[in-house]
Design a protein around this ligand. Structure first.
Ligand code: CA
Ligand code: CA
Length: 191
C-alpha cells in the first residue's frame, strides 16, 4: 500500500471493479481492509489461516484454510495479492453457479490433474469437519464417508472412481442436493 501511488491504486480499483462482481466502492473498501491487514500487500498462508480461525474458533480450520489458500493463490507463488484475493472472493460470493462450481472443482482437485478422486474428496470433507468442530456438525449428516459415496453415486457417471470436470459440472448443476453436499457455499455465505 505505502509505495503505491494514489493514481496506480485508483487504476487498480477501476480495473478490478470491471473484472469482478464488485462495485468500485466495494473494491475500495476491501482494498482498505486488505492493506490494513497486509501492509506489504501480500497475504501469507499463516495470516489466511488466522482469518479462518476467527470464524471457526471451536474447530481447527488449518487444513481447510491451506486448501483454500491454494486456490486463491492463482500464480502459486505462496502469497495472495489483493488482486487474487478480490477475484476469488467475487467468484465464491457472487459468481454464477457455473463459476462457483469451477472454483470448487479446483479446490477439490488437490493435485491439479484434472480429476477429483475419492481420496481428494475425503481430504476436503475431513478438513471441513475439522474446521466446523464437534459442536457445529449437522447431526443428520455426520458421516463423511457416506457423503462422499452419495456424491460419487450421483456424479461419477462412467464409474471410474474419479470425477472429471465434465462429470462434476453436469452432475452438480442437475442436482441441488449435490451443491448443498459440497457445502462450501454455506461456509462462505455464512461469513
Ligand atoms: Ca499469488
Ligand atoms: Ca486430482
Amino acid at each position: 500500500m505505502g509505495n503505491k501511488s494514489s493514481k496506480a491504486k485508483r487504476q487498480l480499483i477501476v480495473k478490478l471493479a470491471e473484472e469482478t462482481y464488485f462495485t468500485e466502492d466495494e473494491v475500495k473498501k476491501w482494498y482498505t481492509g486488505f492493506s490494513k491487514d497486509c501492509p506489504n500487500g501480500r497475504l501469507t498462508e499463516q495470516a489466511f489461516y488466522k482469518i479462518y480461525q476467527q470464524f471457526f474458533p471451536k474447530g481447527n480450520p488449518k487444513k481447510f484454510a491451506s486448501f483454500v489458500f491454494r486456490v486463491f493463490d492463482e500464480d502459486k507463488d505462496g502469497m495472495i495479492t489483493f488482486e487474487e484475493f478480490i477475484k476469488a472472493l467475487s467468484t465464491t460470493t457472487r459468481g454464477t453457479l457455473e463459476e462457483k462450481l469451477l472454483w470448487t472443482f479446483k479446490l477439490y482437485d488437490l493435485d491439479n490433474d484434472g480429476y477429483i478422486t475419492r481420496d481428494e474428496m475425503n481430504s476436503i470433507i475431513d478438513a471441513i469437519y475439522q474446521m466446523l468442530g464437534p459442536n457445529i456438525v449437522d447431526t443428520n449428516d455426520d458421516d463423511p464417508v457416506k457423503r462422499v459415496d452419495m456424491i460419487f453415486t450421483h456424479l461419477d457417471t462412467n464409474k471410474d472412481n474419479k470425477l472429471s470436470m465434465d462429470e462434476f459440472m453436469v452432475g452438480s448443476q442437475q442436482d441441488p442436493k449435490i451443491v448443498a453436499a459440497l457445502s462450501l457455499y454455506n461456509i462462505h455465505n455464512n461469513n
